[in-house]
Ligand binder design. Structure first.
Ligand code: COI
Length: 356
């Protein structure tokens, strides 16, 4: 096991902080980056050169397979700062585990937990002034890994970079979302990379999502790649429905991302006495439930989106509007309980927080 201590991470601080340029009461998602970033290189079979340097553009070989073949993976998680200046990160070890599941599928090296956790903590401590404290805001953490070979052919790469960047963020979706059930395009298929947080899964989804956005929807609900008969996930989050007072979500498969927020919502719902089901949900069942009014709530769950209420679900020939957000007892209860745990204002019953 590699032991990493903070002193093994070299730190080069920025000469001039950009923090005074930021309006912390009005933060767009994903456009503002903190002063520093963490990097580690994988060379000659080992991780080395752990370092924090000023955030900025990086030299990269034009021949790197990350650019040509999409050999890149990423994670997303959030940290907050309490009124007592304590820093809380939500379930980072689970992101570390999933990063390695993605790495395995994409033929990339295992990243030791110590590098992930120490890199994260050292970087966040250094840029802790950037953690926004306004309501609804947080520090979004983006760990990622990519091939750093200089080679045009297809083969397992030998060199990789692992990196972490940080963004103070507000809400990803500022209003409840309108989604369309996709009946033609496919995000992921059995045996593919849908369960991995691999860059290409998201790149390939932009065009179909754009077609839906041109018609006034925010996002798609992806369906299975064989018959488009079963609900899978939304591009930026897992999807959940309240049907007949039960919280129901598609069971995981190799074409659905095993969301950490999804898992947290399910565990919390069970803890709150809400009945949950993970199973196949057919498009037909969803549509009939919307027609009869037995689907009373729908929401997306993801680190960026948190709990994003779905206000409208569209099919090729018809849109269904769901009941108002104020009436959504289950989603609102789960959102409040989850948020209270993340912010340290209620007991961390599942031991999800890493704090210092
Ligand atoms: C996240 O929720 O962290 C994601 O990775 C979704 C998206 C921003 C790609």
């Amino acid at each position: 096991m590699i032991m990493v201590a903070t002193e093994n991470i070299s730190i080069q601080k920025t000469k001039v902080s950009r923090i005074s340029e930021v309006d912390f009461n009005n933060i767009p998602f994903g456009k503002i980056y903190t002063d520093h970033m963490f990097l580690a290189d994988y060379k000659n079979g080992e991780w080395q050169n752990l370092r924090i340097i000023p955030y900025g553009y990086m030299p990269i070989s034009p021949a790197t397979p990350a650019l040509h073949y999409g050999q890149s993976i990423f994670e997303g998680l959030k940290a907050i700062k309490t009124d007592k200046d304590e820093i809380l990160i939500f379930r980072p070890q689970d992101n570390w585990k999933r990063l390695n599941i993605s790495a395995h599928r994409m033929c990339m090296p295992h990243l030791p937990e110590e590098i992930f956790m120490e890199g994260l903590k050292t970087l966040i401590s250094l840029d802790s002034n950037w953690i926004p404290q306004a309501e609804g805001s947080s520090l979004y953490i983006r760990p990622f890994m990519y091939s750093a070979d200089e080679y045009i052919g297809i083969r397992p790469s030998e060199n990789f970079t692992f990196q972490i960047i940080l963004c103070p963020v507000g809400a990803y979706y500022s209003t409840p979302v309108k989604v369309k059930v996709e009946s033609h395009y496919t995000r992921a298929v059995a045996g593919g990379t849908g369960f991995a947080k691999a860059g290409g899964n998201y790149g390939g989804a932009i065009y179909p999502a754009k077609l839906a956005q041109d018609k006034g929807y925010h996002q798609l609900i992806w369906t299975d790649g064989v018959e488009h008969k079963y609900i899978e996930e939304s591009g930026t989050m897992n999807v959940m429905f309240v049907m007949n007072n039960k919280l129901i979500t598609p069971a995981l498969s190799d074409s659905i991302l095993a969301g950490i927020t999804r898992d947290s919502v399910l565990k919390l719902a069970q803890h709150l006495g809400i009945e949950t089901e993970e199973r196949k949900i057919s498009v037909q069942e969803l549509r009939e439930g919307l027609e009869k009014g037995t689907v009373t709530e729908a929401f997306g769950a993801g680190p960026a989106a948190t709990i994003a209420h779905i206000e409208l679900i569209g099919f090729d020939d018809r849109d269904f509007v769901l009941p108002p957000v104020a009436e959504r007892k289950i989603a609102n209860q789960i959102y409040q309980s989850l948020d209270a745990i993340k912010r340290g204002s209620s007991q961390d019953v599942f031991n999800w927080l890493v704090k210092w």
